[in-house]
Design a protein around this ligand. Structure first.
Ligand SMILES: Nc1ncnc2c1ncn2[C@@H]1O[C@H](COP(=O)(O)OP(=O)(O)OP(=O)(O)O)[C@@H](O)[C@H]1O
Length: 248
């Protein structure tokens, strides 16, 4: 069997809810006469084990607050587990927030270089692919490429961010609701790009509440509830388990 691309072994992480801290003056005013809510440790994910092979396309399903984004952050190495292990067999592109890393004071052109290098793209690669990136992001951005991005709409930033991301060569792609933003034209570009990345054999882990996206892109599904992995099966099996709890 091929070496796993992502492997979780009895993975667990704990968070502290309502960590006690000194209240600021404004908060003291809000809370006066009442007690602060109690702090408490909880495990958004615990005893989670699974193995993802190269080229697998995995949908991560569950109700709000069931640890899906936390799992992606653990895989990306942004969070460190408190129990167990997570192993990743190749470079990971975390497409968790498409306009992440943008600096509002810089122009679109400068941000392409900034965000591209944050994702590990070399200056020469970015120079060679710059025109392609801008063409992909659309005419509106091409016209505003030398304007500071503080003057861009949020949709324009997302488009430019996605255009950079579409160039990444990383074998593992983590996506969190990427198709939920942008207009119809942008969504079509997203869909075409994700299709291409999958056809290239990338390993994709997609968090989404959109059943069409999940069934279109993913063959396998992980269904989480109460911080536990309840179903590791086909995307249909995972969706059926989810629908037993949440009626579509
Ligand atoms: N840094 C943190 N500190 C404390 N609690 C956190 C932290 N990050 C997330 N949480 C909590 O952990 C739980 C899991 O959050 P997470 O964002 O992983 O859920 P999710 O399944 O992605 O939800 P959604 O579908 O709403 O995006 C939630 O109860 C959330 O409030």
């Amino acid at each position: 069997m091929a070496r796993a691309m992502v492997e979780a072994d009895d993975l667990g992480i704990r968070f502290v809810r309502n960590r006690r801290r000194n209240l600021r003056l404004r908060e003291m005013f809000i809370h006066r006469g009442s007690r602060q809510p109690a702090a408490g440790v909880f495990w958004p994910l615990r005893n989670v084990s699974f193995s993802v092979a190269p080229g697998d396309t995995v949908g991560i399903i569950g109700r709000n607050g069931t640890g899906k984004s936390t799992l992606l952050r653990l895989i990306a190495g942004v969070l460190i587990p408190d129990e167990g292990r997570i192993r990743v067999g190749g470079a990971v592109a975390p497409l968790l927030e498409l306009s992440a890393g943008f600096s509002n004071d810089l122009t679109g052109r400068e941000n392409v270089h900034l965000v591209g290098s944050l994702h590990g793209l070399s200056p020469s690669f970015l120079r060679r692919h710059f025109d392609e990136i801008i063409e992909f992001s659309g005419e509106q951005i091409a016209k505003a490429i030398d304007t500071p991005v503080r003057h861009y709409s949020s949709g324009m930033k997302v488009r430019l961010g996605f255009s950079v991301i579409a160039q990444l060569q990383h074998p593992v792609l983590l996506m969190d609701e990427v198709t939920a933003v942008g207009d119809a034209d942008f969504r079509k570009k997203c869909y075409d790009t994700i299709d291409r990345l999958i056809a290239e054999g990338r390993t994709v882990m997609l968090v989404s509440h959109n059943e069409n996206d999940l069934t279109r892109f993913c063959s396998r599904g992980l269904y989480f509830d109460g911080g536990r992995l309840r179903v590791d099966g086909t995307i249909r099996e995972a969706l059926d388990a989810y629908h037993d709890v949440v009626r579509p």
